[in-house]
Ligand binder design. Structure first.
Ligand code: ATR
Length: 276
C-alpha cells in the first residue's frame, strides 16, 4: 500500500493517522498513514528518507509548515498566498507539490458544519503566525464584509495584511491589521489562531468585541481548547473547537493524494466521541 505520514515535532498527539485510516476504510483506498517525528534541524533529511522509502505524501504540522513551503518545487495558488504548506504530494524524487488545505478546512467547518455562511459577516481573526497565515486566504474567499486581523505584535499582522491586500480587494473584502486592544466591536465571528490557548493563557480579547450570540472558534482541540470553550459558553457565544477544521483539512489532503472525497461527517462524529 502507498505510504503517507504526518511530519512534525512534536507529533505524538496528532489525530491525523486515525482520520486518514477512517477515510481509507470509507473509500476502499489502500494506504498506510503514520507519524514521522522529525528533528528540529532535520525536516528535509527526514522527508528525503521517507520519499526514498516509497512515501507518496505527507501532512506537515508545527513547526515545519514554512519549511515545507520552501522545499516544494511546485505550489498551489493558495499555498503561495499563505506562504506555508500543510500538505505535500511526492510526484517524483524531487518533484514535490505543496498545498495548504487548512484554510478551506476552516471555511468548510464554519460554513457547512457550524452552519455560518461567511458572506457579508464581520470577522475577527486573532494571530499572525503560521496558523493565521494558513487560513486568511480562504476566509477572504468566503467574501465576508470585513476581516480584522489582530495580533500581539502588530507588525506581524500588518505584514500578513499586506501580503493579502490585493486578494482581499479582488474579493470586495475590507481587510485591516489591528492591535489586540483596538479591534473595534460587534464582530459576528471570532477565529482564534493564536497559540495562547496552548500556553494556558486567557483569550486575548475581551468578550465585548463580539456581538451577542456570535460564533467563537479556536483552532485548537482537546484540552488546549477547553478554556476558550468555557469562555465562549460563559458569555453566550456559540463555541467551537478546531476538530472540524482538522477533519476537513484532512479530507482535502486525502482528495489531493487519492482523487477521492471522503465523507467527513461520520469521521468528525467518531473523533468527537473518542476525544470527549
Ligand atoms: P502557529 O504556527 O501556531 O501560528 P506561531 O507562528 O508561533 O505558531 O504563532 C503564534 C501566534 O500566537 C502569534 O500570533 C503570537 O503572537 P505574536 O506574533 O505577538 O508572538 C500568538 N500568541 C502566542 N501566545 C500568545 C498570548 N499569550 N497572547 C496573545 N497572543 C499570543
Amino acid at each position: 500500500p502507498d505510504r503517507y505520514v504526518v511530519a512534525g515535532n512534536p507529533v505524538a498527539h496528532s489525530r491525523s493517522p486515525e482520520i486518514h485510516a477512517m477515510f481509507a476504510t470509507q473509500t476502499g483506498e489502500s494506504l498506510v498513514y503514520e507519524r514521522l517525528l522529525c528533528p528540529l534541524d532535520g525536516f528535509e533529511t527526514s522527508l528525503r528518507s521517507f520519499v526514498a522509502a516509497g512515501g507518496r505524501g505527507c501532512n506537515i504540522t508545527v513547526p515545519f509548515k514554512f519549511e515545507a513551503h520552501a522545499l516544494a518545487r511546485r505550489l498551489s495558488p493558495r499555498a503561495q498566498l499563505a506562504g506555508a504548506c500543510n500538505v505535500l504530494r511526492f510526484d517524483g524524487a524531487d518533484d514535490w507539490f505543496g498545498d495548504n488545505s487548512d484554510g478551506i478546512g476552516l471555511a468548510r467547518d464554519i460554513e457547512r458544519n457550524a452552519g455560518w455562511p461567511l458572506q457579508g459577516r464581520r470577522l475577527l481573526l486573532l494571530g499572525a503566525g503560521g496558523a493565521a497565515a494558513g487560513v486568511l486566504g480562504s476566509l477572504i474567499e468566503g467574501r465576508p464584509a470585513e476581516i480584522v486581523l489582530a495580533n500581539r505584535s502588530v507588525d506581524k499582522a500588518r505584514a500578513l495584511v499586506d501580503s493579502h491586500a490585493a486578494f482581499a480587494a479582488e474579493h470586495g473584502v475590507r481587510l485591516r491589521a489591528s492591535a489586540l486592544d483596538e479591534t473595534g466591536d460587534g464582530f459576528d465571528i471570532l477565529v482564534n489562531g493564536t497559540s495562547a490557548s496552548l500556553a494556558g493563557a486567557a483569550v486575548p480579547v475581551p468578550p465585548q468585541v463580539l456581538r451577542p450570540g456570535a460564533l467563537a472558534l479556536d483552532m485548537m482541540y482537546g484540552p488546549a481548547a477547553q478554556r476558550f470553550l468555557e469562555w465562549a459558553a460563559a458569555h453566550g457565544f456559540e463555541g467551537r473547537d478546531g476538530l472540524g477544521m482538522l477533519v476537513e483539512q484532512a479530507a482535502e489532503a486525502f482528495y489531493l493524494w487519492r482523487g477521492r472525497r471522503p465523507d467527513s461527517a461520520p469521521v468528525l462524529a467518531t473523533l468527537r466521541e473518542r476525544i470527549a
